[in-house]
Design a binder for this molecule. Structure first.
Ligand SMILES: [Zn+2]
Length: 145
C-alpha cells in the first residue's frame, strides 16, 4: 500500500472512537498537547489531514481540525477557511477555533491571519446561525482588539 493510501486510511479511522488514540499517534506521531506542539509533519500526513477536511464524515473533519489546531502550520489556513461554512455547527466552531486559538499551538503562538481571514471570522461572529459558533468567533475578535 502506498504511503498516501495508508495515511488516508488512518484519517478515515478518526471517525471511530475506539482506536482514535492509536490512529492519532500513527498519523502525527504524538497524542498529548505538549508533544503535538513539537510535531513537524511530513508531506503525506499533512496532505492526508488536508484531504480529511472534506471527508464526508463530520467527525473526521472535526478531528482533522483538532490536529491542525495543535500542529499549527500556516499552510493549513486556506484549507480551513471553507469549513467556516460547514453544514455542521460543531465543525464550524472548531474551524474558528483552529484558526484563532493561541493556547493549543507551539509556544502559544497563534497563526498569522490575513485581514481577509479576520474579516471572514468577523462575519461568522455576526451571521452564523449557531450561537456557539458566533461566541467562538466573538472571543477571537476580543483577543484582537
Ligand atoms: Zn486550540
Amino acid at each position: 500500500m502506498s504511503k498516501e493510501k495508508q495515511y488516508a486510511e488512518l484519517v478515515d479511522q478518526l471517525a471511530y472512537k475506539e482506536k482514535r488514540s492509536e490512529v492519532i499517534v500513527a498519523l502525527v506521531g504524538a497524542i498529548n498537547a505538549r508533544d503535538l506542539a513539537k510535531v513537524v509533519l511530513d508531506v503525506e500526513p499533512k496532505n492526508a489531514l488536508i484531504e480529511g477536511l472534506t471527508h464526508e464524515n463530520a467527525k473526521v473533519r472535526w478531528w482533522c481540525l483538532q490536529l491542525m489546531d495543535h500542529v499549527a502550520d500556516e499552510s493549513f489556513i486556506p484549507y480551513i477557511i471553507p469549513l467556516l461554512h460547514d453544514p455542521v455547527g460543531k465543525v464550524r466552531k472548531h474551524a474558528v477555533h483552529a484558526l484563532t486559538c493561541d493556547i493549543c499551538k507551539p509556544d502559544r503562538c497563534g497563526l498569522a491571519l490575513s485581514l481577509d481571514v479576520k474579516e471572514q471570522i468577523e462575519r461568522v461572529s455576526a451571521k452564523d446561525p449557531d450561537k456557539r459558533v458566533r461566541d467562538e468567533a466573538q472571543a477571537a475578535l476580543l483577543q484582537w482588539n
